[in-house]
Design a protein around this ligand. Structure first.
Ligand SMILES: [Fe+2]
Length: 212
């Protein structure tokens, strides 16, 4: 059987179990965005991949439970294994567990708010969380978003994932600034791609590092 070059590239990535995804050609690097003021430097609690349920806490996080998953990729589309992802966000009411957040919305004792993950051998990550609420930022609102800081093998990227059905996108001046006002229409890569599966909502969000 003759294989195309692309198939050969994909084949070379196959592990013993044959589960690796083939490499993609020419993927666009993820757009860097602001760190924002609420990176959870002082966080002392759990940092596992389930932000919606704390150990020993009877009540899960309030709000719509979602899963966010995807791959960290290099510029050639190959997975970046062992990349570190710091993921943080507001709770469903739009409040960060951060000293600097003066939003009057309530804290949620059942919400972890911060996770630190590593990608697997295929560059994959997965986190269970809640859809974040919008929150005030001066005279506008921050559209719903999840913050990511990703350390790859050669590169570090800070970005935010948005929700394509969010009515607050076009007034969010932070988003407009990060995109140099390129939108709407918005670049597709800023959104998690929504999939509803057996009663739960998943968002696929691949992150492409310029240097892997
Ligand atoms: Fe934020």
């Amino acid at each position: 059987m003759l294989l195309t070059r692309r198939q050969l590239v994909g084949t070379s990535l196959l592990g013993a179990a044959g589960l690796a995804a083939p490499a993609l050609a020419g993927v666009e690097p993820t757009i860097p965005m602001q760190l924002g003021p609420f990176y959870p430097v002082a966080h002392k609690g759990e940092i596992d991949s389930d932000m919606a349920q704390l150990a020993g806490q009877a009540q899960p996080a309030k709000g719509d439970i979602i899963e966010v998953m995807g791959r960290v990729l290099g510029p050639d589309g190959r997975p970046v294994a062992g990349a570190r992802l710091d993921i943080w966000q507001a709770n469903a009411a739009g409040r960060y567990a951060h000293k600097g957040d003066d939003n009057a919305a309530p804290l949620d004792p059942g919400f972890q708010g911060f996770a630190v993950l590593k990608t697997d051998a295929e560059g994959r990550y997965r986190v269970r969380t809640v859809r974040p609420g919008i929150y005030p930022a001066g005279n506008y609102k921050r559209a719903a978003h999840i913050h990511f800081s990703v350390d790859g093998q050669n590169d570090r990227l800070i970005t935010q994932m948005y929700f394509a059905d969010d009515p607050w996108l076009s007034q969010d001046r932070t988003l407009l600034y990060d995109l140099d006002s390129k939108g709407p229409p918005w670049p597709k890569q800023i959104f998690g791609q929504e999939h509803k599966l057996a009663g739960s909502t998943h968002y696929m969000f691949d992150i492409v590092l310029a240097f892997g």
